[in-house]
Design a protein. Structure first.
Length: 240
């Protein structure tokens, strides 16, 4: 697959992989926007007007349970995009896309997405490849929420965030983690305290630093390895 020089603004890996002619067709319609934590990009059931290509941001795809709880079913970073249901023929968002870690994103009007997607170009292959990653992540995350303990799920989540951002330290609150994992803040606080006391992570004032990744991987459930393996396949076939 062809690649081209990436500008300072273009740091989404999926877009950066496009051949220059595909990117040039999209570039005049891409808008650089700032994302802030808890910003809702796509409310559940509302028509998708734009898709987002995150840049050093993380967006949670969440669903609403009958008891009012919010549960994360997917996580999107700069190797993907937000708005996958649109290319599968559903204009209304089946999940709520909420910014968990804010920075920037490139936003594309949905009409321009369809125009480029229907060309059957490498852009189409990239998006469909990433949809496969999301489908695996959604199914694996659903099983994880059902069968694994908060401590395991927290370790998985911290590893996925680190994998996505490629940094050891990042800003995330107990409230945000509780929302991602569909559990009470108190449960997250207890699990985070245990990991901190064991020297696996450092946590203070809404920031987490992973100190011992290997130990955190041992604590995490197998879901992290499954999700990571699928993402690595996508990287190997499309991004690397």
């Amino acid at each position: 697959m062809c690649s081209f020089a990436v500008s300072g603004a273009l740091e989404n890996r999926l877009l950066a992989t496009l051949p220059s002619e595909s990117y040039q067709r999209l570039s005049t319609h891409l808008e650089l926007v700032t994302l802030v934590p808890q910003q809702i990009l796509h409310p559940i059931g509302e028509a998708i007007s734009h898709i987002y290509f995150p840049i050093r941001s993380i967006i949670s795809l969440t669903t609403l349970l009958s008891n009012g709880s919010i549960l994360e079913v997917g996580l999107v970073g700069e190797d993907g995009f937000v708005g996958a249901s649109a290319i599968l023929g559903r204009r209304e968002s089946p999940q709520c896309a909420i910014v968990q870690i804010g920075d920037r994103a490139l936003r594309l009007p949905i009409e321009q997405l369809f125009i480029e997607f229907k060309r059957g170009s490498e852009f189409q292959s990239l998006l469909l490849g990433y949809v496969q990653v999301l489908l695996l992540q959604v199914s694996q995350t659903a099983a994880c929420h059902r069968f694994h303990a908060i401590r395991q799920r927290l370790a998985r989540q911290l590893l996925l965030i680190q994998d996505t951002l490629q940094v050891d330290e990042f800003a995330v609150t107990h409230e945000g983690l509780a929302q991602m994992l569909g559990t009470r803040r108190s449960g997250i606080s207890v699990a985070a305290y245990e990991l901190s006391r064991e020297g696996v992570i450092w946590y203070s004032r809404g920031k987490v630093r992973i100190l011992q990744r290997q130990e955190l991987e041992q604590i995490a459930c197998e879901c992290h390895a499954v999700i990571r393996a699928e993402l690595e396949k996508f990287h190997h076939h499309f991004l690397d």
